[in-house]
Design a protein around this ligand. Sequence first.
Ligand SMILES: NC(=O)c1ccc[n+]([C@@H]2O[C@H](COP(=O)([O-])OP(=O)(O)OC[C@H]3O[C@@H](n4cnc5c(N)ncnc54)[C@H](O)[C@@H]3O)[C@@H](O)[C@H]2O)c1
Length: 388
Amino acid sequence: MKSKVKVAINGYGVIGKRAADAVSLQDDMELVGICDVIQDYRIRVAVERNYPIYAATDAHMDQMKAAWIPVEGVLADLLNQIDIIVDCTPKHIAALNREAYRQAEVKSIFQGGEKHELTGFSFVAQINYAQALDRDTARVVSCNTTALCRVLGALHQHDWIERARVVILRRGTDPWESHNTGMINTVIPEVRVPSHQGPDAKCVIPDLDITTMAAAGPFNLSHIHFAMVETKAPLTLDELRDALWDAPRIALVSAGNGVVALNSVIELMRDLGRPRNDMWEVAVWQEAMAVDEREIYLTYQVHNEAIVIPEIIDCIRAMTGLTPVAMESICKTDESLGIVREFLPATAQPVPHKFGPDVPHTTVEALEKARAEYESFSFKGAEEPSDA
Ligand SMILES: NC(=O)c1ccc[n+]([C@@H]2O[C@H](COP(=O)([O-])OP(=O)(O)OC[C@H]3O[C@@H](n4cnc5c(N)ncnc54)[C@H](O)[C@@H]3O)[C@@H](O)[C@H]2O)c1
């Protein structure tokens, strides 16, 4: 058996703390340490988890030690002990670390806040795992770009897409910093078209014809995408459903089950006991899937804090050659984190048949009534006509 790959995380924030936990769960990886510059509760949780702590510089180490954080050394000390580093520091800061990693001959993974050009390679496991094999450096794309590649990649691999257009509503801020940077009572459009996510997706799927438009709003649970995809030939709903089912890390949710909004999807993650309510999968609304003779229509939720975590784990595996087979890594990662295709498998069966129109079936009728009530949530606008 191969020895464990030695991994460090630089930047223990929204992505870094989740990446550290995910690395710790892998039986073929060892978390050698995490590095940061802070002294507050966030890094103290890492101490509680017994993660070895390192500071970015000597000055940060002095400050952290003065605040009773047990620090083992500085970044340079950490680099001496590892095979690969996952840089999760804020955008632009990460790029400054690239040279230090190169000089220490340590492989490096950067996040979506950095430009594609920093590493020359942008990663999404289900699309280009093989190209990451044994690379020295790579960038795991952003949350939105990961979702675009997963969902559109599932269609693109069948050569169905003529042209994709996606509207992205982004969360205003992350929950941990919403006291600081939360917006209220507004929606801020990106004033550049296409927004950067479309071109970014083409770094991963170069022949994807895609245009994105984006805006940020006063919510912090997730992003939501509305995709309109022109197809080369008409598709059926069943073909669309099958293609999404066959692709990794996509799960369907149903408004008919009361999962009617961003908050209900995250509440479902809470109820399922997920760490930090994380949803690593893209959640596609069953009822909002539609096809016509020219296009596919999809609405899906992207939990920005969590979606890239399995991609980071697969990227480590590819770059360090732990396995050359994408699906082997994807399945291993999914099993370790608890990633599923169906959130509620025990009750996922469709409503049972009635045996003829005259047969009373009170349970089914009650269920259908309840479903109709939930589905009516999406037709609330007072100024538009509605069926409800
Ligand atoms: N937040 C998201 O939803 C999200 C989703 C996908 C990708 N990303 C990308 O992940 C990267 C990190 O984003 P984040 O949201 O986790 O940021 P964050 O601000 O939550 O975390 C960054 C961490 O890096 C630390 N840090 C700052 N300077 C440092 C330095 N010089 N050395 C070591 N640590 C330092 C900070 O103290 C903080 O703990 C960015 O590229 C971002 O674009 C973020």
